[in-house]
Design a protein around this ligand. Sequence first.
Ligand SMILES: [Zn+2]
Length: 481
Amino acid sequence: MNGSTLRVAKQKILIKNVELFSAPGQQTDISVSDGVVTGIGDTVTKEAENIIDAGGGLLLPGLNDHHVHLTSYAASLNSVCCGPPSIVSEEQLAYVLNKQSGNYWLRGTEFHESVLEDLDRAWLDKNAPERPIRIQHRSGRLWIFNSLGLEIIQSAARMLKPHERNQLNSNNGRLYDVDEILSRITRTEGPPIDIASKKLAALGITGINDMTPTNDPNVWNWLSNLQESGDLLQKVRLSGLPSLTKIQSRSSRITLGETKVHLHDSCLPDFGELVEIINISHKSNRGIAVHCVTETELVFTLAAFKTAGTIPGDRIEHASMIPPTLIEQLFELNLGVVTQPNFIFERGDNYIEDIPEEEHPFLYRCKTLLDAGIPVAFGTDLPFGNPSPWVAVKSATNRRTKSGSHLGNQECISLTLALQKFLGELSNPFEPRSIEQYHAADFCLLDAPWAFLNSNLSDGNVRMTIRDGEIIYDREEEKPH
Ligand SMILES: [Zn+2]
């Protein structure tokens, strides 16, 4: 696949004996040429360079993950998890940090204070290896450095403006909201996007909505180049800063997403400021996606939308806490919700412990929103959530935590519906695609028919992933020879 370019795969493919989601129990054939579906059933083109026998396996449109942070995910592949559920004590934290070999940056992720109340520079200097270390709190807002790590970023920060340099001063090594500065001064580290992209292809993913609030024209160009060199296999829709609005796309494989607004209820922006950001984005016909994980953030955001008005494409990210009184407002404002049922599985046990019981029904709602007529789609929030959409799908159907507790049973949806939440267009996550003639040949081929998968579905069932008629993952080729 190396050296492949943005040109569409010319190869003619015939996939025989597939089952389509729209016609369970039946088998048909699909032909592909120039990156698009040229025929289904009676209309297939028989001559092909590559004939694949699906053996009755289910063929889905390629999965689209509607909320990811690709760069952080790639970086996470070079790093170590420092929080629950794998790390729950100070001793385990010290162990896992010392286990990693090498003398370059060690990057910790997913840290939570339940592991160690006051993790700081002094603790790291004393208990962790002597190499530059930075550990990110799972909220994404806080980084904790050891002395060597602080030294490196402070010296790299010499070219920054004084007020930015000051943000990197800290005696205890704890720095808040420095992600944007850090990404600028550490960009040369070059996270392994190619490895990340292959992992996503193996999960059946052909497209991503990258929702990182700091995405700017530099990130756009960087990702676009990675697509051209064949290192980034997925289609990308890039949300982020207002500055992306003016970008001129030179490829259909990377497109402009929403203006992303990241709120923190501890320091909300001026209300008028948020309204203005919405207005400016709307003026260029670009939707707004607002990160809302607390009730306060959601109330604030809904009030701003009420003032500014909404346009199609406006959406709430996460909507982690929705009290019943806000459901009708979401509907009246025509807002969509992109949420993460996987967090019920991954973090549900913590929620049960930390969040008052009467608020448990507010968490990561799904069915009550759909019943109220609010469009819902799913994204994993990788790397903060498990990158597998199959984990999210399962969690949406059973609402079980890791330890097996139920959390929000009334929000369970069917497996079919849950899968469809990953099948929407990148530009319209809420309407599931189906496989149709003349549409892009983006597929996820599973190794069994629906009747079997229905009761037993995981990422192990992904047999092949095809984007624009190009095979970007083939399970057979990954097997050791
Ligand atoms: Zn996110």
